[in-house]
Design a protein around this ligand. Structure first.
Ligand SMILES: [Mn+2]
Length: 447
């Protein structure tokens, strides 16, 4: 008999809603799973990917993770894992670093035997490269076998990976597929093999309404009495309180009604997500969010789903883009030569074919005047980057509002894609940011 905890999608480092408290929550949830594993003396913790929220986790998340993994290793419980789409990097995987530190085993095509079960791994592979997969796994002589994989597998929602194909083409007969990627916990039997997701360990998006937890998986001839060889039980985790408030405003009702509905809940330290529908008066989301904050909420987000229809013409004025560019350039504190070059480049009176020559002439004219090349003002750090990078710039994979990156828009993008964290960029090659935010390190710094 082999008993393991099956978890995944811990998303350590995710600063959801820009809240440092939420960032800590994700690490704490991972710590809670590991503490349960130690208390329970399971044979292993199996992690099915997305240990980290992004490819360049910051040092606090890395150090916190190492502390948790060290605790597990000291208790003699192996940590077996694969790489998810959120954390996959080009140069090497964080998991390899943890393996080198003796804190983890990266599962792959050869068996890692714990007790009487052989574990194999299949990292996330983009759809475009799946046809090339051979599902070649080396043989084992254990009593049971499990495949740990990261992806959206059939028969669950949003699936793009055919489970039967994997099972048919694999050289090994698996008793179970222990999966990650879909944040909604579920299980099913496919061609005699149990297939299961434990779900995320903290709510990584507003669509993840049900309680969080993990799987306790037992490989045993006598599992659940009958001829089943695998027993999957779900255990709950005590995570951050989320309060979902839906308000359907009737005509004549407005902010007062929304506040009344919010007050029906205990908001203390909770993430409060308010959704407004109906016919009533317009409301100001910011005012309601302030109200919830004052009532003790950790974070409050209001989504008004009503389309505002009006008979009146709306008077919209667009700012002159030339003026906007000029203002921005003034703010950059360019030298007089820089300003002159900019003037030539954008001027209507210099033909495009003459720009190069004109710029050369203007710069040459000023070569005797060093002051003409000294900037006048501008950003303290001279980069201007703070204008365009948001404070969650750590996600370097081009995530948009469609992913659950905690922006204001993320409460209302879920309907078609509930419970998954399949971001639109997940099939692309990972894009390494050329300008990592402060405090970030990459795998290449270590390996
Ligand atoms: Mn995930």
């Amino acid at each position: 008999m082999t008993r393991v905890i099956h978890t995944g999608d811990t998303h350590v480092g995710y600063q959801q809603y820009h809240s440092p408290v939420r960032r800590q929550d994700f690490l704490d949830a991972f710590g809670a799973v590991v503490d349960d594993a130690i208390d329970d003396d399971v044979d292993a913790v199996v992690h099915a990917g997305d240990l980290f929220h992004d490819r360049r986790p910051e040092l606090p998340g890395l150090m916190g993770t190492i502390t948790v993994l060290r605790r597990l290793a000291d208790a003699g419980v192996p940590f077996l894992a694969v790489v998810g789409n959120h954390e996959s990097t080009r140069g090497g995987q964080w998991l390899d670093l943890f393996e080198r530190l003796g804190l983890a085993t990266r599962l792959g095509g050869s068996p890692t035997v714990v007790g009487d079960t052989a574990f194999y791994g299949l990292d996330h592979v983009p759809v475009s490269r799946r046809d090339d997969l051979e599902y070649a796994f080396e043989p084992h002589d254990a009593d049971y076998a499990a495949l740990v994989a990261h992806g959206l597998f059939e028969p669950f929602a949003h699936a793009d990976w055919d489970t039967e194909t994997v099972l048919d083409e694999s050289d090994v007969d698996f008793d179970a597929m222990l999966l990650g990627d879909n944040h909604t916990p579920d299980r099913a039997e496919v061609a005699g093999t149990w297939v299961t997701y434990p779900g995320s360990t903290e709510r990584a998006s507003a669509s993840e309404r049900e309680g969080r937890g993990y799987n306790l998986v037992t490989f045993d001839e006598a599992a659940v009495g009958g001829d089943d060889r695998v027993e999957i039980r779900r255990r709950a985790l005590d995570t951050r309180e989320f309060v979902f408030v839906s308000v359907d405003l009737r005509s004549g009702e407005g902010e007062a009604r929304v506040r009344e509905r919010i007050r029906e809940h205990d908001l203390a330290d909770a993430v409060v997500l308010v959704e407004i529908t109906g016919e009533g008066d317009p409301v100001t989301p910011a005012a309601i969010e302030e109200f919830a904050d004052a009532e003790g909420a950790l974070v409050a987000r209001v989504t008004d789903r009503r389309t505002v229809e009006t008979e009146e013409e709306i008077d919209v004025s667009f700012a002159d883009p030339e003026v906007a560019v000029r203002e921005r350039i003034e703010g950059m504190g360019l030298s007089s030569t820089g300003l002159d070059v900019d003037d030539v480049v954008r001027s209507d009176s210099v033909a495009d074919s003459n720009v190069r020559e004109t710029v050369k002439t203007r710069v040459e004219e000023r070569l005797d005047d060093p002051g003409a090349f000294v900037g006048t003002a501008g950003d303290e750090d001279g980069t201007g980057e703070d204008v365009e990078t948001d404070d969650e710039g750590a996600t370097d994979e081009g995530e948009t509002a469609a992913d659950d990156d905690g922006g204001d828009a993320d409460a209302d993008d879920e309907d078609a894609r509930e419970g998954t964290d399949d971001d639109p960029g997940s099939d692309d090659e990972p894009t390494e940011s050329s300008t990592p935010a402060d405090g970030q390190v990459s795998m290449e710094d270590y390996l």
